[in-house]
Design a protein around this ligand. Structure first.
Ligand code: AMP
Length: 408
């Protein structure tokens, strides 16, 4: 787990604020849910997923409850829906840390952040399109150009069940050719064998039966509706019928966004889909659901690779240098900040030279210097730090106007 220090932390916050701008503009409100849930909430995600079986940070608390740090937020949002029963469509967005006990590496951490949206209560395929389009718009807003969209449909629960039976028969017949890990997965959930990224499984996975052969008329129509909507918005996509995604609750549409610059094991920037049965399995009424989660850490790595959405240095309007003891710096910074501008200062009454060194490092637009001469004349010296302009002595009463003009 990592510490995120300035200026990276500022970039994180900007990332979330760009995301909030995009989704709030489409009517989504923020939901803030607890970091911990009853373990059972996450067990509903499915007992054949690594996220639940191997990667959960779960423990018994002092009251004897078996709880877990959240590994994702969709289950928490659905639990909140069941608990509070808001009106539908319920359109929410979220941000925050998730916890998975994975092997840490570039783009894979044990505590990582996501932003995401979920919509509960609507079956319309146009909603799937809206959800995908918002992620697409967000990537554009960050400046990312090398993101590709993979799309699939897992059909309705019955289609999926028939498909799983066919897959099971196929993989069982070829069991010996699967890697030992995939043989274990096969016993738990044959669908997840398709998720295997192990080269030794690749040939068998490639020749496996295809989900499209099992779609009901309703599932096929829903999927066509999604594709037509994406085409209407000029959002390019590739159908990948091996895209089953890690979590077991998906129905109908599933999708994933991949970054063109990242290693294939960690190139999933985000993904999501429909999970029409999840609310029910948490004790709520039958409710349609669709959403996505985008990984903040990995998306920022993709931004680094593409040279977009760069870290911005801190911008201060002024850095106050006071050689008269420090009380004037106290007054001036307070005055500048109260005027809605930004200011920092030096401390400990150090020499002019030492204070100017800190001023240079601060990234401020100008140093506001006050020494005994300035005090005597009720003035300050302003010295631009980011241009070659010379310094000038100005009346103290005009400082705020000067700084405001310098900003614009
Ligand atoms: P998931 O909830 O597994 O669909 O993940 C959604 C997104 O979260 C992924 O596409 C990644 O960008 C990100 N993500 C998932 N697991 C990790 C992790 N261990 N470290 C960093 N990012 C992650």
């Amino acid at each position: 787990m990592r510490d995120i220090l300035p200026p990276d932390s500022e970039r994180w916050r900007r990332f979330v604020s760009v995301f909030a701008g995009v989704v709030e503009g489409a009517g989504y409100g923020q939901v803030i849910s607890p970091l911990l849930e009853d373990l059972g909430v996450f067990q509903r995600i499915g007992d054949a997923t690594d996220v639940v079986t191997k990667e959960m940070y779960d423990f018994v608390d002092k009251g004897g409850r078996h709880i877990a740090l959240r590994p994702e937020l969709t289950a928490s949002v659905c639990r909140a829906f069941v608990q509070h029963r808001p009106l539908t469509p319920w359109k929410v967005w979220y941000t925050g840390s998730q916890f998975r006990y994975e092997k840490p590496q570039r783009g894979r951490f044990r505590q990582f952040d996501q932003v995401g949206i979920e919509v509960l209560g609507v079956e319309d395929p146009h909603l799937d399109v809206e959800v995908i389009a918002l992620a697409w718009e967000f990537y554009r807003a960050l400046g990312l150009g090398q993101v590709t969209l993979l799309l699939n449909s897992l059909g309705e629960p019955d289609d999926r069940a028939r498909y799983v039976t066919a897959l099971q028969a196929y993989f069982e017949a070829n069991r010996k050719e699967l890697t030992p890990e995939s043989q274990v997965t096969l016993d738990k959930n044959p669908l997840r064998v398709l998720d295997s990224k192990r080269p030794a499984d690749a040939a068998l996975v490639a020749a496996a039966p295809r989900i499209a052969e099992f779609y009901s008329a309703h599932a096929a129509a829903h999927f066509e509706g999604v594709q037509a909507g994406l085409a209407a918005l000029n959002i390019p996509f590739t159908i990948d019928d091996r895209l089953v995604r890690g979590l077991d609750y998906y129905r109908h549409t599933t999708f994933e966004f991949q970054g063109g610059t990242l290693d294939s094991a960690q190139n999933a920037l985000g993904g999501g889909g429909r999970y029409d049965g999840l609310v029910e399995s948490l004790g709520g009424p039958p409710t349609h659901g669709v959403g996505f989660a985008l990984g903040l850490d990995r998306t920022l790595l993709a931004c680094d690779d593409e040279g977009v959405f760069a870290v911005e240095p801190l911008h201060l309007d002024a850095f106050v240098v006071d050689t008269t003891g420090g009380l004037e710096a106290l007054r001036l910074t307070a005055e500048i900040r109260a005027a809605g501008l930004t200011a920092d200062r030096a401390y400990e009454n150090r020499s002019m030279k030492a204070q100017m060194k800190v001023a240079d490092r601060s990234g401020a637009a100008c140093a506001v210097i006050i020494g005994s001469n300035e005090m005597a004349e009720d003035a300050v010296t302003v010295r631009p730090l980011r241009t070659d302009e010379g310094q000038q002595l100005i009346a103290r009463s005009t400082l705020i106007d000067y700084l405001k003009k310098a900003r614009s």
